[in-house]
Ligand binder design. Structure first.
Ligand SMILES: Nc1ncnc2c1ncn2[C@@H]1O[C@H](COP(=O)(O)OP(=O)(O)OP(=O)(O)O)[C@@H](O)[C@H]1O
Length: 456
């Protein structure tokens, strides 16, 4: 007979009850332990995960009011709220049992019990917990997806050869479960591509979970990705599922994977190889099934050469590698993108008659767009907001074309000056962030933070 995977603990001061219960339950569950006194509970609960405790109500000779049982029930619910408690009561204690259920016990059995009744009670309690856990996980997944949906990402536009090829590849790769790594500068549309891959996949009815490793505090990486158990660290006030768990059967998008610190790269590799993981502070391992998509704007191959990113991890995540070229290398996409954003923001701000002269369009096509499509989108939105007439003019665009150094140097505003210098360094090094950062006297991470701040 197949045993149910569960750890059951029987607590009763009567050795005969303990022996009978253990002998019977061992045939049905993978781990069954017995304790004579509930004061041993703390030791057991701190060492291992107990799924269910079968708890007697009275332990002191002569006592039969069940107060001890209630005391220990409260204690268990405090130190291990996930552990189920089934109380063993004598005939006639039904009122007491009902009050125990109000305090968190799952059920009760009358002593002496019938084996089949005991088994049925334990099984339905375990089943209920499984369903509750599933509901909690679905709720967390829903919340996480809702937060992501708030970021209005719209459709994928482009007619350059590079974009048309990219769209074809998305269709081909989307239907497979292959791990995909998307490379491209800030604002080139990596998130949009990740979503398009999910939409094209067989998992498109399941969750798409987006984790921005660039926005996470390094201390939180591990618990955010793998989840934690209550008490695993100071602020872990309750059990929490990690993003791998939330994305189970769906797609997990790890954005800015280049930010993953080396010690976690090793852990990530093991997790991806074994397709199994444990929440922080937990002893239980579980399997997961996710389609992994990663993205980065860093020169990841260069990071491998410098020893900053593990080669074995790169090979794990880049079964297919998609490179999105920067906007300045596909200027033929600018008119169609401008048109798309004009429509979008014209509608949003109720200015539907806006048009753009050839001159304005060519100034947009001349600009080098260090912040790529995100910067173009913001520029168009600003033009739409500022326009009083139906004609858009280039003075509404807040960009500096190469060579307008003097204008920028005129300003004494530190923020403008910082943006200008960053812009200039990136142009000078043709988009190479490492070289630009070194010229500016910044670390790459510090430069990335500033790029984010200025929307570049
Ligand atoms: N091909 C495209 N068509 C339409 N809109 C696009 C396209 N590419 C990017 N965008 C828009 O540009 C903005 C930035 O795109 P996205 O967030 O996907 O870029 P990213 O490469 O993930 O940026 P980051 O590196 O900063 O995370 C979004 O508002 C997105 O909708």
């Amino acid at each position: 007979m197949q045993k149910t995977k569960a750890h059951i603990l029987v607590v009763d001061d009567d050795p005969d009850v303990l022996t009978t219960a253990r002998l019977f339950l061992k045939h049905h569950f993978t781990q069954v332990d017995a304790e004579k006194h509930p004061r041993e509970l703390n030791g057991v609960l701190s060492k291992s995960d107990v799924d269910l405790i079968l708890l007697d109500m009275n332990f002191t000779k002569g006592d039969n009011d069940g107060r001890e049982g209630i005391y220990w029930l409260n204690h268990i619910k405090e130190v291990s709220p996930d552990t189920l408690v089934i109380l063993m009561t004598a005939y006639g204690d039904v009122e007491l049992a009902v009050s125990a259920i109000k305090r968190g016990a799952t059920d009760f059995v009358l002593k002496p019990w019938k084996n089949e009744k005991l088994l049925a009670t334990i099984n339905s309690a375990l089943q209920l917990r499984k369903s509750n856990k599933k509901v909690t996980r679905l709720e967390e997944t829903r919340k996480s997806m809702e937060q992501d949906r708030d970021r209005d990402l719209g459709e994928f536009i482009g007619e350059s050869e590079a974009m048309l090829n990219l769209m074809k590849t998305i269709e081909k790769v989307g239907t497979t479960d292959a791990n995909v790594l998307i490379l491209g500068e800030n604002g080139t549309g990596k998130t949009l591509v990740a979503r398009a891959l999910h939409r094209a996949s067989l998992r498109n009815n399941e969750a798409f979970i987006h984790v921005d490793l660039g926005a996470l505090n390094e201390n939180l990486f591990e618990s955010e990705l793998f989840g934690h158990k209550k008490g695993a660290f100071t602020d872990a006030h309750q059990d929490r599922a990690g993003r791998f768990e939330l994305a189970d059967t769906g797609t997990l998008f790890l954005d800015e994977i280049g930010n993953l610190p080396l010690h976690l790269q090793a852990k990530m590799l093991t997790v991806l190889q074994d397709r199994k993981l444990k929440r922080l502070g937990d002893t239980k391992e579980f399997n997961f099934d996710v389609r992994l998509i990663c993205a980065t704007n860093m020169p990841i191959h260069q990071h491998v050469d410098n020893g900053e990113f593990r080669q074995d991890l790169l090979y794990r995540i880049n079964t297919v590698e998609l490179v999105i070229p920067p906007l300045r290398e596909r200027v033929e996409d600018i008119p169609i993108l401008v048109d798309h954003f004009l429509k979008r923001y014209g509608k949003k701000y109720n200015k539907l008659e806006l048009s753009m002269s050839k001159e304005v369009m060519s100034s947009l096509m001349d600009y080098h767009w260090p912040g790529n499509i995100r910067e173009l989108e913001h520029a168009i939105e600003r033009m739409v907001i500022l326009s009083d007439s139906s004609h858009l003019t280039s003075d509404m665009v807040n960009f500096r074309s190469a060579g307008s150094d003097d204008e920028a140097l005129d300003t004494l505003n530190l923020d403008d000056m910082e943006r200008y210098l960053i812009d200039k360094a990136i142009r000078k090094h043709k988009g190479n962030i490492s070289k630009a950062a070194s010229d500016l006297g910044l670390t790459r991470a510090a430069l990335y933070r500033r790029l984010e701040k200025h929307g570049i």
